[in-house]
Design a protein. Structure first.
Length: 44
């Protein structure tokens, strides 16, 4: 599984929340270019 993710004040926002925020920022025109090839492994 992969999804957009954001680091905010040292906290990783990803998964469903990352997808929702990515879409929202795109629709509002607030999105900034980011490296879609960069991956971050989430360990449970």
């Amino acid at each position: 599984f992969s999804s957009p993710a954001f680091a905010v004040n040292g906290v990783l926002v990803w998964g469903f929340t990352g997808i929702i925020l990515d879409g929202l920022f795109e629709q509002l025109g607030w999105a900034v270019p980011w490296d879609r090839t960069r991956l971050h492994e989430v360990v449970f």
